[in-house]
Write a protein that binds this ligand. Structure first.
Ligand code: PRP
Length: 176
């Protein structure tokens, strides 16, 4: 089976993760630390690399939603599967996503997390399909803006395939 063609190499990704970690560390340096909330499953590798590069105190939480299933088109319907376990009340929260496509998931998650009364919420996505975003949602930290291609690897899957590729590749419609 052939490997997906490369969009971002492992070196490209890690260099950008370094930059994002430095930016976040600087922004929160005087705030006593943050809680990173990783969105399962796709964000787990990005979260692991980003969190280890921060130079500020950080705590890790996970949240899980269900939206796409194995389909390649978002229905816009998002359902909470698992909420954060620890308290985020009065804490500075950064939601960590692998990709923002339509924005429905991130918008929904901001609402869920706001109900826990954090001190603040910001958002960080490794990839953003800027032209596809359908809802008004602010992404404070973006790794790379991409076009309408379907991407896999570095946590991202297509029907659970290619999630652990070390780089980000594209899947052609014929391969889906
Ligand atoms: C992906 C991605 C985001 C969401 C973005 O998750 O990880 O959570 O879709 O899409 P949106 O902006 O259109 O809402 P997916 O449903 O593929 O689940 P997974 O992370 O478990 O693979």
């Amino acid at each position: 089976m052939s490997q997906p063609p490369e969009l971002f190499s492992e070196a490209d990704i890690l260099a950008r993760v370094d930059e994002l970690a430095a930016e976040i560390s600087e922004d929160y340096g005087d705030k006593g630390g943050i809680v990173l909330v990783g969105v399962l499953k796709g964000a787990f590798i990005f979260l692991a690399d980003l969190s280890r590069r921060l130079t500020i105190p950080r705590r890790i939480e996970f949240i899980a939603v269900s939206s796409y299933g194995d389909k390649s088109v978002s229905t816009g319907a998002v359902r909470l599967v698992m909420d954060v376990r620890g308290s985020i009340e009065d804490r500075h929260v950064v939601i960590v996503e692998d990709i923002v496509d339509t924005g429905h998931t991130l918008s929904y998650l901001i609402g869920v997390l706001e109900s826990h009364r954090p001190a603040s919420i910001r958002t960080c996505a490794l990839l953003c399909k800027a032209d596809a975003v359908e809802v008004d949602v602010e992404i404070d930290y973006v790794g790379f803006n991409i076009g309408d291609e379907w991407v896999v690897g570095y946590g991202l899957d297509y029907a659970e395939r290619d999630r652990t590729l070390p780089y980000i590749g594209t899947v052609e419609p014929d391969d889906r």
